[in-house]
Design a protein around this ligand. Structure first.
Ligand code: GLN
Length: 484
């Protein structure tokens, strides 16, 4: 059962080939046996999952059909879940049980999903390796001792090892796409504003966006349709109808024009990744797509600009964790200042503290113009590069990551080396554009991802190109031998 995609699971459930209860039990058993090694889940909601699965079975027996009825899924532990621990990978929220559901969570529940648990992540979504979680590092199912990527590393490892057929993730600078690439799965970061951020713990509000992670583009289309849509509780959510993403999956891509940014195929890209991308380009050419070189001249400024904007917003967002209202509180504070200081010192990990300090510095009087304002100007230039490119091409193709999954600990003492992992993913966040990663080969045993970046609200096109590619390749259906 675990080898099936969400699409085939939906068909099998509707045909009553197996029940949702059997299916959920199967995945819960897989979680039990693999999680001690992978550490992909922080919380497993076994009882509520089995109860929801039985309810779904009753509905299915009556012939009911909602898009995710009886389908087991999991949420990144950044999404608030009523009555269920929502830690955001932090000691600060080690005991936080929200009294409400995030919009994404309630939407997926209304669509009939059965939630198996909450997945591990870098603390407050800050990281590219999932080594920054208070609950311990996650490991990559493809290679012992390798990172799964971050910050949605628990979701990526869980889907990569088929402990669950699909998960939610969030992407501020690459956190859906980079771990999807490292774990051999498909993931899409939608256009900024497409998916509600209500109930999604904030890291950098102008960049954060939730999205789905699953084996195939077809499954991501199903999940995204259930997650997306206007939400009056998120003022940045966009009031545009949600297209039927699955409906465009059959569209021919004959005549599609895809741009290859010169800057993405330059020095620094691993040879095996460059070769896998060339092979993918040939496959897409056979399907009728044509490729032209495009220029994204300001791309090299994306990482430095991001590491001003994201920490600045994080320093402001995380000021709410003060030991007073909720979250970690130190023992026996001497006075108010001691309460703030010790609660925050104890509750946050190293990387989060580093970002708060960087962000506070960049926003402080005298430095604001030099850093924050400049970074915002660069952000504009980067958006404009894309706008110009989309005048001549329908979408852009490039690598998701410069290298395959690296070893645990490899970049831990060098934050800049770690930050450079997101060199190809960050530009789409700065511009607010939709971007997808899909598996396109292997470097030895380790999966490789290709990235497609599209114009605003062209998720359907990105999903369709990835889907067409997945009809003629089988990278997306490979499983690590240990979890086959
Ligand atoms: N790796 C990037 C960071 O550390 C992006 C994280 C994310 O997308 N949440 O900020």
């Amino acid at each position: 059962m675990h080898k099936q995609t969400i699409s085939s699971i939906r068909r099998a459930l509707a045909a009553r080939e197996y029940s949702s209860a059997e299916l959920c039990q199967h995945f819960l058993d897989r979680i039990d046996s693999a999680n001690p090694e992978l550490n992909a889940f922080i919380t497993v909601t076994r009882e509520s999952a089995l109860a929801a699965a039985s309810q779904a079975d009753e509905q299915l027996a009556k012939g009911a059909s909602s898009p995710l009825l009886g389908v087991p899924l999991a949420h990144k532990d950044i999404f608030c879940t009523r009555g269920v621990l929502t830690s955001c990978g932090s000691r600060m929220l080690e005991n936080f049980v929200p009294p409400y559901d995030a919009t994404v969570v309630s939407r997926m529940q209304s669509a009939g999903a059965v939630i198996l648990g909450k997945t591990n992540m870098d603390e407050f979504a800050m990281g590219s390796s999932n080594e920054n979680s208070f609950f311990g590092a996650v490991t990559n199912p493809w290679g012992e001792g390798r990172v799964p990527g971050g910050s949605s590393g628990g979701s990526a490892a869980a889907v990569g090892a088929r402990l669950v057929p699909g998960c939610t993730g969030t992407d501020t600078g690459g956190s859906i796409r980079q771990p999807a690439a490292f774990c051999g799965i498909t993931g899409i970061k939608p256009t900024y504003g497409r998916v509600s951020r209500y109930g999604m713990v904030a890291f950098a509000s102008s960049l954060d966006q939730g999205g789905p992670m699953a084996a195939t583009a077809e499954d991501c289309a199903t999940l995204l349709a259930c997650m997306a849509g206007h939400d009056p509780r998120d003022s940045t959510s966009i009031d545009e109808p949600v297209p039927d993403y699955s409906a465009s999956l059959g569209d021919s891509i004959n005549g599609l024009k895809i741009g290859l940014p010169k800057q993405y195929f330059a020095a620094g890209l691993d040879d095996t990744i460059a070769a896998a991308l060339q092979a993918a380009i040939s496959e897409l050419e056979k399907l009728g797509a044509s490729f032209v070189e495009v220029e994204l001249p300001n791309q090299h400024l994306a990482v430095p600009a991001y590491y001003i904007v994201a920490p600045a917003e994080c320093s402001s967002n995380l000021s709410r964790f003060d030991g007073v209202r909720y979250g970690h509180r130190c023992d026996d504070p001497a006075d108010l200042e001691d309460l703030y200081k010790r609660s925050r010192s104890e509750g946050f990990g190293h990387e989060v503290k580093r970002r708060i300090l960087l962000g506070t510095y960049a926003l402080s009087t005298g430095y604001y113009d030099a850093y924050y304002l400049k970074a915002q100007k660069i952000r504009n230039l980067i958006s404009r590069d894309f706008t110009t490119a989309f005048e001549t091409v329908d979408m852009i193709l490039g690598p998701t990551t410069p290298t395959p999954a690296f070893e645990l600990g490899a970049n831990s003492s060098d934050p800049v080396a770690m930050y450079l992992n997101d060199i190809y993913t960050i530009p789409a966040n700065l511009a607010g554009l939709p971007a997808l990663s899909a598996p396109c080969g292997f470097s030895g045993e380790l999966p490789i991802g290709l990235q497609l970046v599209g114009n605003y609200f062209t998720e359907n096109k990105l999903l369709n190109v990835a889907h067409q590619y997945q009809q003629v390749t089988d990278w997306h259906s490979q499983l690590p031998a240990r979890f086959a």
